[in-house]
Design a protein around this ligand. Structure first.
Ligand SMILES: [Zn+2]
Length: 233
């Protein structure tokens, strides 16, 4: 049986119920309820868990996520307060994990006080080392920011600032099969050479696309293929 994992993103939980015109707490709870009925092996939360980074918002998120007792790997987004996030999710922050022949490697693309992301030379070196040292046959990379133009009304200036440095780093490793991200509140799929690229919808509200909320469910096949199905509620 192929393994699978679920990605949720951009829940934007705040101390106020209404965020960007929606009840982001209720929406995340609905997504969690949907996921709790699925069969999957791991969970990735790709940033902007909180809208304003308050400690109380992270306590709230932890409570809402409780029904999902799978191992979760949590990534920061530009809306998150890394210090508060790491206090509440200390055991799962930026964890890499392996499922059969696949490893999911997480990357922190957030810059201080900026909406757009960037990867430093040191981070790219660390990523190179992680890929080299991985015993997995296939690798998925996960970060908060998009690494290609979104071909939508999304402002690409708010994406990763140095995608070419990123692709220069990973293109030497054919075992990197996919890159996944959040931030853009939309579901989309692209290809770059043999690498599949997926963006995950928001559990709160989409910037462009359907008025529904959703998440991505990835299936990892033994032959190195990865499939993604966006589930809409
Ligand atoms: Zn974001």
């Amino acid at each position: 049986m192929p393994k699978s994992f679920i990605q949720i993103s951009d829940s934007h939980i705040d101390d106020e119920k209404l965020v960007m015109g929606v009840d982001s707490q209720a929406n995340l709870a609905s997504v969690v309820e949907h996921i709790s009925k699925q069969s999957y092996d791991a969970l990735v939360v790709s940033g902007d868990l909180s809208h304003n980074g308050t400690m109380s918002s992270y306590i709230q998120i932890k409570e809402i996520l409780k029904p999902l007792n799978n191992n979760a790997s949590i990534l920061p987004g530009n809306h998150d307060n890394k210090s508060n996030l790491s206090k509440i999710f200390s055991n799962s922050l930026l964890c890499n994990f392996q499922l059969n022949d696949w490893e999911i490697i997480t990357i922190d693309s957030v810059q201080n006080e900026k909406v757009s992301g960037r990867l430093s030379n040191q981070q790219l070196q660390t990523l190179t080392d992680e890929i080299k040292l991985s015993s997995a046959k296939y690798i998925v990379l996960c970060l908060h920011h998009p690494v290609v133009p979104m071909q939508s009304s999304w402002n690409d200036d708010l994406s990763l600032e140095n995608p070419e440095d990123f692709f220069d780093t990973i293109s030497q490793f054919p075992k990197v099969r996919a890159v996944i991200w959040g931030h853009t509140h939309q579901s989309s799929e692209f290809n770059r050479d043999s690498i599949k690229l997926f963006s995950c919808p928001s559990t709160a509200v989409q910037f462009c696309g359907p008025s529904s909320i959703g998440y991505n469910h990835y299936t990892l096949h033994d032959n190195g293929e990865i499939n993604c199905k966006t589930r809409w509620l």
